[in-house]
Design a protein. Structure first.
Length: 138
């Protein structure tokens, strides 16, 4: 079964929305195969978002991502990557569709509540970045 990588970002953890977002994930039909609370270091955030290193918002992004605890998840379903992107909505909550997680819980384009992988290849890389094999259920 295909997998994707999801993160509940520090803004949503801080706002007390972990439970709401986990419920949304389960209602949407994903099987959670990995989940834990982590405090991401600045260095980890820089590596995780390396692809955006040349973008003007990179410094703000990695500082935000290491500013407080996040919840990381590995999710399984048919078409997991695209299905999770559809469930979270557009990067900017002002452009996110009604009922999507970012529409419901994101504060801004930067503090946008959740992360989702953009390809099967990156999903595998991102799951391995945060989870040991023993932390994922079969
Ligand atoms: P995505 O999370 O929807 O895939 P990306 O373009 O991959 O969006 O950007 C990664 C993250 O960088 C976003 O989720 C958001 O937190 C942050 N970000 C993207 N664009 C901006 C911006 O214009 N200003 C501030 N932060 C941004
Ligand atoms: Mg992205």
């Amino acid at each position: 079964m295909p997998r994707t990588f999801a993160m509940i970002k520090p803004d949503a953890v801080q706002a007390g929305n972990v439970g709401n977002i986990v419920a949304h994930i389960q209602t949407a039909g994903f099987r959670i195969v990995g989940m834990k609370l982590v405090q991401i270091s600045l260095q980890q955030a820089q590596r995780f978002y390396q692809v955006h290193a040349q973008r003007p918002f990179y410094g703000e992004l990695v500082e935000f991502m290491s500013s407080g605890p996040s919840v990381v998840l590995a999710l399984e379903s048919e078409n997991a990557v695209q299905k999770w992107r559809d469930t979270i909505g557009a990067t900017d909550p002002a452009e996110a569709a009604e009922g999507t997680i970012r529409k419901l819980y994101a504060e801004s384009k930067g503090r946008n509540a959740v992360h989702g992988s953009d390809s099967d290849e990156n999903a595998a890389i991102e799951i391995a970045f945060f989870f040991a094999g023993t932390e994922l259920v079969g």
